[in-house]
Design a protein around this ligand. Structure first.
Ligand SMILES: Nc1ncnc2c1ncn2[C@@H]1O[C@H](COP(=O)(O)OP(=O)(O)OP(=O)(O)O)[C@@H](O)[C@H]1O
Ligand SMILES: [Mg+2]
Length: 302
């Protein structure tokens, strides 16, 4: 549904994107990740046909939507500056944007969408006085007013409270899984990405460093961590010293009243035995799998 083919973008003498390739399948939620300034928003702007790449291309529905206006009608976008009219109410905004797409029965559609995102249709409060969360929900409603098949969401949950984040996450999942909308999502909230994305692409300095399905990433890059919960913080510090003295070569990290041993190969029984022999009370021991955040930090630091 979306495909970047050897796409590069330079502005002035700065290379913002460098030979980017990726492919987004229909109905997938594609997580496009990377540090601030990596080039995520630029990628979306090229895909939407708002700016031209210096080289290569990004196709949506197999075409350049910058020059295929009828295809742009089937795409929705939510950006950081939502483009809402602050002197209009929520329904007025949706009715206005719906009219740009010649949406039929626009009042009904606006009402349905406001219900969907949890905003009161009969309210006449001006959008300019909305909270960040309400604006974002309204922007999300606006982004799907034209019933798109492909949806670009640039940081849809940034600045939202946990409840609103959860709501937006559920809306996105509903759109992808029940309406088969293909979602291209950027987010710095890796926990959220891990919860909803099927496929992950990480870029850094304008280059793709990883592009794979989430489950493959977890298989490939997960480091198993052996977590041992001790009685207290002091015990954790003491345990770390003991293990270091015993020449445990793995990296040991103290986390509150626990220690994490960052090595999948370690013989866990031996470790516990060493601690117990040194009069350390072990409360719990378990193996933890790396989160997407751990994997991301490892890859971006390389
Ligand atoms: N019009 C422009 N002129 C000059 N530089 C630009 C322009 N647009 C983007 N850039 C630069 O391109 C780089 C990538 O910007 P972009 O907004 O795509 O990053 P991002 O990955 O979306 O970052 P963030 O996570 O902060 O949103 C940045 O260094 C930015 O300063
Ligand atoms: Mg951005």
């Amino acid at each position: 549904m979306i495909e970047a083919i050897e796409c590069s973008k330079a502005i002035g003498n700065k290379n913002i994107l460098n030979n980017i390739n990726f492919k987004v399948d229909k109905g997938n939620i594609f997580g496009y990740l990377g540090p601030n300034g990596a080039g995520k928003t630029t990628t979306i702007r090229i895909a939407m046909g708002l700016i031209k790449p210096s080289n290569g291309k990004i196709y949506v529905f197999g075409k350049d939507i910058g020059i295929n206006n009828h295809l742009r009608q089937k795409v929705g976008i939510l950006t950081e500056n939502s483009g809402l009219y602050s002197n209009l109410s929520a329904p007025e905004n949706l009715i206005y944007f719906g009219s740009l797409y010649s949406v039929k029965n626009i009042k009904d559609r606006a009402k349905k969408l406001l219900d969907f995102v949890g905003i009161n249709y009969s309210g006449n409060q001006k959008t300019g006085t909305f909270s960040t969360g309400m604006k974002r929900k309204l922007s999300l409603a606006k982004s799907i007013i034209n019933d798109p098949e492909v949806l670009f969401l640039d940081e849809p949950t940034a600045g939202l409270d946990p409840e609103a984040q959860k709501m937006v996450r559920e809306l996105i999942l509903d759109l992808a899984k029940n309406k088969e909308i293909t979602v291209f999502l950027t987010s710095h909230n890796l926990d959220e990405v891990q919860k909803i994305c099927d496929h992950i692409c990480i870029i850094n300095n304008g280059q793709v460093i990883v592009d794979d399905r989430l489950e493959n990433l977890q298989k490939k890059y997960s480091r198993s961590v052996f977590n041992i919960k001790l009685g207290s913080k002091d015990m954790a510090v003491k345990s770390s010293h003991i293990l270091k003295e015993k020449n445990i070569l793995s990296e040991i990290e103290i986390a509150g009243d626990s220690i994490n041993i960052l090595d999948g190969q370690i013989e866990s029984g031996e470790i516990i035995k060493m601690l117990v022999e040194n009069n350390i009370e072990v409360k719990e021991a378990s193996r933890l799998k790396s989160s997407l955040e751990d994997i991301y930090l490892d890859l971006v630091k390389r």
